[in-house]
Design a protein around this ligand. Sequence first.
Ligand SMILES: Cc1cc2nc3c(=O)[nH]c(=O)nc-3n(C[C@H](O)[C@H](O)[C@H](O)COP(=O)(O)OP(=O)(O)OC[C@H]3O[C@@H](n4cnc5c(N)ncnc54)[C@H](O)[C@@H]3O)c2cc1C
Length: 582
Amino acid sequence: MALVYHQHEVVIVGAGGAGLMAALALRGRDVAVLSKLHPVRSHTGAAQGGIGAALGNMEEDHWEWHMFDTVKGSDYLADQDAVEILAREAVETVMDLEHWGLPFSRTPEGKIAQRKFGGHTKEYGKEAVRRSCYAADRTGHMILQTCYQQGIRHQVKYYNEYMVVELLVESGRTAGVVAVSIADGQLHVFHAKAVLFATGGFGRMYEVTSNAHALTGDGVAVAWQAGVPIEDMEFFQFHPTGIYRLGILITEGARGEGGKLLNGKGERFMERYAPSMLDLAPRDIISRCIYRELREGRGIHGQGYVHLDLTHLGAKVIHEKLPDITDFVRTYLGIDPVKEPIPVQPTAHYAMGGIPTDMWGRVVVDEKNKILPGFYAAGECACVSVHGANRLGTNSLVDILVFGRRAGRDIARYVGENEYPPLAPHAGEATGERLARLREGRNGSGGRAESVADLRETLQREMMEKASVFRTSGLLAQMSEKLFELRQRFQNVVIQDRSTVFNTDLMEALELGFLLDVAEATVAAALARSESRGAHFREDFPQRDDQNWLKHSLAYRGADGKIEFKYKPVTITRFEPKERKY
Ligand SMILES: Cc1cc2nc3c(=O)[nH]c(=O)nc-3n(C[C@H](O)[C@H](O)[C@H](O)COP(=O)(O)OP(=O)(O)OC[C@H]3O[C@@H](n4cnc5c(N)ncnc54)[C@H](O)[C@@H]3O)c2cc1C
């Protein structure tokens, strides 16, 4: 099949909050937004609880307090210069959303309403503060609709259901991407001066996850394959309250409104672990506490879950402030949260790690922050790093919009100053051949034919057992061997659908390859880091070790497939690392 060529000054890959915000910052330029989903199906639309900004609408608040909470929440691994930008620019970003028409929930006098969220405090840790701006429990949905509409208004060019599979780098400059059109299987080469990856997270490497099916780490893996390192992959956040077994998220906003966690004895167990913040301690801490309760036999009826109790909030609060999650619980569990507690367990939720960038979204490729010209990343696939070892709730929506916009602004500068890079005459052809082999069943080395679903299920189950909330060197080493085996078997994957039209079999095979990449980086980084910090908890090294590990990891894929690490220092400006107490 012949390739189809396009040329745009800027190619943005991903149409969640980060990609759309960058496109808006590039208004008036020649920008193409490629997305494997229709834009409003991006995972940003699933965000429930809110976006954090120190507006001070309900009580006194300051961006400095927001900055402090974010740094402490990150277990002191976040880069503080970047966190300062996040906390400062959050305020103007929320005001922009309001001016674009986002229907926030309101106070009686008409200001944007705010509620409590995990780890967000006043006066540097004194008590919980109302900082999360929300639109009931559909904040992300409203953000996505608002930004998409603004994009249409400003004539952004969308290529919907285009799946990017390769990043083109020519003579040390980014030259574009290769993408498959899902509708007809056609391969397209996009020649560009600048490329922004905003492809979201990769929670799908775990069995129980809050993440949509499409979150398979494509951008991170594609960048890695192009020689870019990936940062801090050992830090993957588990959110404490996923619906038992299903993983579907029950927003932390439910606890922000006063919901309580209870164990099988009916105890509010967080009183023992975080006497001051209780159920609003950060997620890494609560997830570990839930697992401790379960391990010690205090699950509900001895089973693998605890209860999230909202019954004391009353029907009015539940229906007005948490309508969507109420619906989920009724639909998926047949339980009415107004009358009964909800069975919950920790669910794989958020990737703190990703493609390393500076504060303008420019991708950096070594520990000295050397830039790869023309390549940018923003949103969950990127690592600035504002979340360090553990992200606070409501801070991702801030991150994607603040840094999406900053990336857009710097791209505008870059494309104004630079000509198109050269494009190799055979760009995309090798990828075309690889895809054709897969589709036509010519894949493999003649071994037993493997199915994508089998391999994916094994990967997700094993990652859950061996590389999730609690880790040990033994389990991680076993996982590493498992991944080696899965990688071998992946060479023999055969798909059933031979057609070119909406070939979801082919997409899933490609996504499985990406998941294997990000899982390999996660496990290798977790094995290397012999300390416990934020979401990375090593039972064999239970203490944080600032002496040796107050640093970011950069994972490189060597030519022989082996993973190697370099490390870079954490930027500390205002807050020296301290013990984290809540
Ligand atoms: C259930 C849930 C609730 C959440 N609630 C909150 C909350 O209340 N507050 C908060 O701050 N955070 C929340 N988060 C986290 C936050 O929503 C996400 O981290 C954030 O929205 C990610 O935005 P993004 O723009 O980086 O990516 P996404 O919104 O995930 O978008 C990724 C985009 O990349 C595209 N893409 C991916 N791969 C490819 C490819 N190969 N080719 C082309 N396109 C591709 C997709 O089509 C999509 O458009 C929540 C997350 C979940 C899962």
